[in-house]
Design a protein. Structure first.
Length: 94
C-alpha cells in the first residue's frame, strides 16, 4: 500500500481515476508558489498501486449552497484564499 496525492478541480462535479479500493484519507489545500490560486485542493489517498483503475465521481459544494445529500458521502472541507472560500467534498455513490 502507498499514499498518493491527487489534485482536485474546483468544479461542481468531476471524476477521478483511482486504483480500485482506494481509501480517501483527507482533503486539504497545498500551497504552490507561482500558481493562482496558490492554495491547490488535493486529496491524499491510500492505494494499492497494482490495483485496476476505476472512475469515481465527486461533487464540491460551497458553504450556504442548497443540495440534496442522498447518495453522497462527505469526505472533508477545504479553504481557499485564506478562508474566503470554503468548499465541501462529497463522493457520489453508485
Amino acid at each position: 500500500m502507498k499514499i498518493f496525492k491527487y489534485e482536485l478541480p474546483v468544479e461542481d462535479y468531476f471524476e477521478l481515476e483511482l486504483p480500485a479500493g482506494a481509501k480517501i484519507l483527507t482533503v486539504q489545500t497545498q500551497f504552490e508558489l507561482n500558481l493562482h490560486p496558490p492554495e491547490r485542493p488535493k486529496i491524499w489517498v491510500l492505494v494499492d498501486p497494482s490495483a485496476e483503475k476505476e472512475k469515481r465521481k465527486f461533487r464540491i459544494i460551497g458553504t450556504g449552497k442548497n443540495f440534496n445529500e442522498n447518495g453522497m458521502v462527505y469526505l472533508g472541507t477545504f479553504q481557499q484564499f485564506g478562508g474566503a472560500l470554503i468548499w465541501h467534498l462529497f463522493e457520489l455513490k453508485k
